[in-house]
Design a protein around this ligand. Structure first.
Ligand SMILES: [Zn+2]
Ligand SMILES: [Zn+2]
Ligand SMILES: [Zn+2]
Ligand SMILES: [Zn+2]
Length: 497
């Protein structure tokens, strides 16, 4: 046994704790069974929430006494064995599975969905440092899936949990000897689809994407994947945000003013998490401290790390002078079409890249910063900035790797297929007598304006990135041409009438 013996949880021995935890996990499984098979009396959301809160408190009090930094160790899978060795031997895996089962049974719950959901979200955050690799990889998608299962009132909490507690410690985890990205990173397209489909608040879409853009270099590949294969709601949002965030590959091709839909104005700021914050509930978090002990001490219900307003960060720093407090990245404020480097000397100031790394963001009030091609080269080269997460203009299709090229071509095809004639039957659709006798006319879920916009996005991507050259594979050229002809064919009816 390690750690001081004076806290409440350590006054019982590890084996007693383990017995208690096992019994409580069993009660969660029991509640889930009752919910799924509708066995009376149905458990109440508030009762389940209280059991789940017991786990959060237990996990946090165990964490507080851990001698090394679990969050630091999480970053590299090589440390997993050592990290798990720091904790008492509890059945973390069964707890994870029980929580995951409860998320699934949310629709069967009659009362108390709100406290139920809140308790599960908090516990998933607290459980992360205790998980082994397969569950770490599954956690981001499980949390994103809560957007589909939990009430709308919890969506903002889910997005904050993902952006500040889950994604930063899972997506970028290193696995020794693996050149490929982690499974968590491979699940990013599915996470985007889930959130874009089930949250209808565009600010949530922006928050998720900016968070991912700050840590995943080729997230544009995932965005193209969503445009290509996602449901219509996810596709529409992904296409709009691709043109919103990525510096234009050809500024002459389109006028962005008309393109930029209103986004992100209603982003809900993430606030200082300190229990006794003097600005309670109003001050935006600006600093982060990764020390788990400091975190549990000053925010007794939140998982680490600890997010603080400036005032609290200064105060805690005075008491704990050797703790480090890092700047956190703030959301992008407006889309600049030109270089944001105040000392830019370039003659062509058109935006070429956007950098999300703290070093570059510090020149822009800790907001992501856009650079022209020349400044981009000065800030990111073999001597400096090589590890920055930067997103540049999209390259030509023929310069993309084959996965991304496939996603781009499929995205263009899916966008051009959305075009529909206005005030007219689809010229391809069958005549009345060929329709099935029991067809129902559902209203079109996509507005006419959005359909036209999607078609235009598709044309821009095709014209801007897919100009054929002698090496262009015939089958890709054939597919692009056929969908382009289809688009002309359908839209010609919209403009002649
Ligand atoms: Zn504060
Ligand atoms: Zn510049
Ligand atoms: Zn940079
Ligand atoms: Zn056609």
């Amino acid at each position: 046994m390690q750690g001081p013996q004076d806290t409440m949880q350590y006054s019982v021995s590890d084996s007693e704790l383990s017995l208690k935890v096992t019994a409580k996990i069993r009660s969660l499984y029991d509640a889930q069974l009752r919910l799924q098979h509708n066995i009376q009396p149905l458990p109440l959301g508030t009762d389940i929430a209280n059991t789940v809160k017991y786990f959060s408190q237990t996990l946090l009090s165990v964490l507080k006494d851990v001698p090394r930094s679990p969050l630091e160790m999480l970053r590299d899978a090589d440390n997993d064995g050592e990290r798990m060795g720091l904790y008492p031997n509890l059945d973390y895996k069964s707890l994870f599975n029980a929580l995951s089962g409860l998320v699934d049974s949310t629709p069967h719950l009659q009362y108390g969905t709100l406290p139920f959901g809140q308790a599960i979200l908090q516990c998933l955050g607290c459980l992360l440092p205790f998980l082994e690799y397969d569950m770490i990889d599954n956690l981001p998608f499980l949390v994103a899936y809560c957007v589909a299962m939990f009430p709308v009132a919890l969506h903002q909490e889910i997005l904050h949990l993902l952006s500040y507690y889950i994604l930063p410690f899972t997506i970028t985890r290193k696995y020794a000897g693996m050149e490929e990205e982690s499974q968590a990173s491979q699940s990013v397209a599915a996470i985007i689809m889930m959130v874009f489909q089930h949250s209808n608040n565009p600010a949530h879409h922006c928050q998720l994407l900016e968070c991912l853009m700050s840590m995943k270099q080729w997230v544009v590949k995932d965005i193209l994947c969503v445009i290509a294969y996602g449901t219509w709601g996810a596709r529409l949002s992904a296409a709009k945000l691709l043109f919103y965030y990525w510096p234009p590959f050809d500024a002459k091709l389109f006028d962005r003013k008309g393109l930029l839909c209103k986004f992100s104005n209603d982003l809900v700021p993430f606030l200082c998490q300190r229990d006794m914050c003097p600005n309670a509930g109003t001050a935006e978090a600006a600093k982060v401290c990764y020390d788990h002990c400091i975190s549990v001490t000053f925010a007794s219900d939140s998982p680490p790390p600890l997010y603080l307003c400036i005032e609290c960060a200064n105060e805690i720093h005075r008491e704990h002078p050797n703790q480090r407090f890092f700047d956190i990245l703030h959301p992008q404020q407006q889309v600049s079409m030109v270089c944001e480097n105040k000392n830019c000397r370039s003659t062509d100031k058109a935006a070429y890249s956007i950098c999300f790394s703290n070093e570059c963001a510090s020149y822009n009030g800790n907001h992501p910063i856009r650079y022209c091609q020349q400044c981009h080269g000065n800030r990111h080269n073999s001597r400096r900035g090589g590890d920055h997460v930067v997103h540049t203009r999209l390259p030509l299709a023929w310069q993309m790797d084959s996965d991304m090229q496939t996603n781009l071509v499929e995205a263009i095809i899916s966008l051009l297929k959305e075009a529909k004639p206005i005030n007219m039957e689809d010229p391809d659709s069958s005549t009345e007598q060929l329709k099935p006798p029991l067809s129902v006319d559902l209203p079109d879920p996509i507005s006419v304006e959005d359909r036209q916009l999607l078609g235009r996005y598709g044309v821009w991507l095709m014209v801007g990135l897919c100009t054929p050259n002698p090496d262009t594979p015939d089958e890709i050229l054939g597919r692009l041409l056929s969908v382009l002809f289809h688009w002309f064919h359908v839209t010609s009816f919209s403009y002649t009438g």
